[in-house]
Design a protein around this ligand. Structure first.
Ligand code: ZN
Length: 316
């Protein structure tokens, strides 16, 4: 399996949209070659999306419904089109109060993350994309250079500073993070290293992760974070796949790595616990509930499954 296929199998990824969208019919700048595209608006509030809970589907609002609530031109972020529908993200937090109240009567806000195991993969990916962009739109209300208000730049995924003397363009921020499943083999057999944070559900253990810092490659971050969090030295770092993670606008870069030491030291107290899990004992630990693996939508679970099933990346 190639890296693209592996990544496309993770939740929130594999979305194919034309991100240089067609202009809607009626726009004088559309020209004569633009195809007819309908428009749909996805309303995001924090990590939640506006749903039609009776249908069990996200509400893809038409401009007509939106205008019925807004009565004014809204600030929305254009995501792209699939040839038929042009999708826009709406940050609920940036709506005028009356508009927000009106929109919230159209459906119910549901947390996005559980939808990854319910909705079709392409819809999960679309909502994840909308969620990341809406969060950035909400958090980027003012120019970081001069402090004036920002506004969406039409037909692009950018905001522009409204100060004519500045005009700085702002683009969505993505935070690169590495996540690594560490493995080790000796005469006692194969085992993998996973840790847990105090805030997680009980007995959930996951691969080690952390943000890539300035001046680091993703592999540098693997070496540093693993040493800081677990005291384990690693080598043979191999890229596996990546995943866009909408809840912190992260791009998760997934690796496997082989440990060259085995004594665990929780150096920076980031983890509440870290343990070696022998492959031979894992089925019983799972059956007893002593170990709970990360949820299926996480790249951590994909890294674990690949190791457990003997499908580590062999790419040099
Ligand atoms: Zn500015």
């Amino acid at each position: 399996m190639d890296h693209y296929t592996r990544s496309a199998r993770t939740a929130f990824s594999g979305l194919i949209l034309n991100r240089k969208p067609l202009r809607p019919v009626g726009d004088p700048a559309a020209g004569t070659t633009a195809a007819t595209v309908r428009e749909a608006y996805i309303v995001v509030r924090g990590d939640e999306v506006l749903f039609d809970t009776e249908q069990g589907e996200p509400l893809l609002l038409s401009p007509r419904i939106l205008e019925g609530c807004a009565g004014i031109r809204l600030e929305t972020m254009l995501l792209g089109d699939d040839g038929e529908i042009s999708y826009h993200a709406v940050s609920f937090e940036r709506l005028p109060e009356g508009t927000a109240r009106c929109l919230s009567t159209l459906g119910d806000f549901l947390p996005l993350r559980p939808q990854a195991s319910i909705l079709p993969a392409h819809m999960t990916a679309l909502l994840g994309y909308a969620s990341s962009v809406a969060a950035w739109h909400n958090q980027t209300r003012y120019c970081s250079l001069c402090g004036h208000r920002t506004e969406p730049r039409p037909f692009s995924l950018a905001q522009t500073c409204t100060n004519p003397d500045c005009g700085m363009e702002h683009y969505p921020r993505i935070n690169p993070a590495m996540i690594v499943l560490i493995h080790h083999e000796d005469e006692r057999g194969e085992r993998c290293l996973m840790g847990r944070q105090a805030s997680w559900k009980p007995r959930v253990y996951s691969a080690v992760s952390g943000y890539v810092e300035p001046g680091e490659s993703a592999e540098d971050a693997v070496l540093r974070e693993v040493m800081e969090e677990t005291g384990i030295a690693v080598t043979d770092i191999r890229y596996f796949c990546s995943q866009p993670w909408p809840f912190s606008s992260s791009l998760m870069l997934g690796f496997h790595a082989r440990a060259t030491s085995t004594e665990i030291r929780l150096n920076d107290a980031e983890l509440q616990d870290a343990r070696w899990f022998p492959r031979s004992e894992i089925p019983a630990l799972l059956a007893s509930g002593e170990l709970v693996l990360p949820a299926a939508e996480t790249i951590s679970r994909h890294l674990f499954d690949a190791w457990f099933d003997g499908n580590l990346s062999r790419t040099p």
